[in-house]
Design a protein around this ligand. Structure first.
Ligand code: PEP
Ligand code: MN
Length: 365
């Protein structure tokens, strides 16, 4: 993708903050006034809100655009809002909003994304694409490609977590592995994390923001409201501008690397150890697979099914307990063994359905 640098910040996270929704002109002005001390880069506010239920507050609409832009100008910050239709893009640009983002519910719909892309043709405004609600990297990248093909060169993405059937801790679990995989595939595209929509609650925002910076992600989008408890949308996850200031002050910014020679030497030695251990792990996995293949031969010859549930249950319990006794997290061992077992079953089934070379025919087992 052809891209240009747009964020203008080096060596510190880019910060977009402001209320979930623009509610009144006074609320926007107070938000901006109190956010000034937190030194944010862009003032955000939702103008048109994609809400799950029609009885929820759906945003003020076009009438709130001048409030956002005026609040930003008065307190020296650029402005940002979410767009979901061509009409939103035109209205936001007409009023002079500096950055647009596409919301998670819009990213899932290629028709809507294409409509937005067409409306952006010929503009230079930075556009950020929030991850789709479902954990689907292809959908996320596809949306970016549509925007990029319309000629938008100032691009970025917002990692806001993914909707899952039930999550005790998070509103939208971060599934960091997807952000990491996105970074691996598109290292040139800035990623900022939205801890507000990930957590859905104030007390976890700092922790998620720090985890994003620990991974070397490029910035944050945080919902901040002058009176969070009274917010017309997403009250539980909004924090005051002052709390945001504290959080930003305490965040540790990590760097991609360091020039310290001692650090570089120790890191290299440790990485060599990791490489050797990984090679041993792969050798062990290959060895395990050869045994799986022998088991498959035995099962085929005796016409026995690939899966024995009681054996699988006992194996999993044993490995999880053993992992725990070695100081590994049980969820980690469980996830690992689910992958190992899935591949064993797949391989066994492949072997059991091969035509036996020395027998031929079906049903000879
Ligand atoms: C928002 O940023 O206010 C918003 C609606 O976020 P998302 O699209 O991530 O749900
Ligand atoms: Mn919100």
């Amino acid at each position: 993708m052809a891209l240009v640098a747009w964020s203008g910040v080096e060596g510190r996270p880019l910060v977009i903050a402001g209320p979930c929704s623009a509610e009144t002109e006074a609320q926007m002005l107070e938000s901006a006034r109190r956010l000034q001390a937190a030194r944010i880069d862009y003032l955000r506010a939702g103008i048109w809100k994609a809400r799950t239920r029609p009885v929820s507050f759906e945003g003020i609409g076009d009438a709130a655009l001048p409030w956002l832009v005026r609040a930003g100008r008065e307190f020296g910050m650029k402005t940002a809002t979410e767009v979901a239709t061509a009409g939103h893009v035109e209205a936001a640009l007409r009023h002079g909003v500096d950055l647009l983002w596409i919301g998670a519910r819009t990213t899932v719909n290629p028709f809507s994304v294409q409509e937005i892309a067409d409306a952006l043709r010929g503009t230079t405004v930075p556009v950020l694409v929030k991850n789709p609600t479902s954990p689907d990297l292809g959908l996320w990248t596809g949306a970016l490609e549509r925007i990029n093909r319309a000629g938008v060169r100032a691009l970025g993405v917002i990692h806001r977590g993914f909707a899952v059937a039930s999550s005790p801790r998070f509103r939208n679990p971060p599934m960091w592995e997807l952000a990491i995989e996105f970074r691996r595939r598109h290292p040139e595209i800035p990623i900022i994390t939205d801890p507000s929509h990930i957590t859905g609650r104030r007390d976890l925002i700092q922790d998620i923001a720090q985890q994003a910076l620990d991974l070397g992600l490029d910035g944050l989008m945080v919902e901040a409201h002058p009176n969070p408890d009274q917010a017309w949308s997403d009250a539980d996850q909004q924090i005051t501008p002052e709390r945001l200031g504290e959080i930003l002050h305490h965040l540790k910014v990590r760097h991609e690397t360091s020039a310290n020679a001692g650090f570089l030497a120790s890191l290299e030695a440790l990485r060599e150890r990791i490489d050797r251990i990984d090679h041993d792990l792969l050798d062990a996995l290959a060895m395990r697979m050869r045994v799986v293949e022998e088991i498959a031969d035995c099962k085929r010859d005796n016409n026995v099914s690939t899966l024995q549930v009681s054996r699988w249950t006992a194996l999993l319990e044993d490995r999880v307990a053993r992992a725990e006794s070695l100081g590994l997290a049980p969820e980690y061992a469980r996830a690992l063994y689910e992958i190992i077992h899935r591949e064993s079953v797949r391989r066994q089934s492949e072997i059991m359905n091969q035509e036996p070379s020395n027998q031929g025919g079906v049903g000879t087992g």
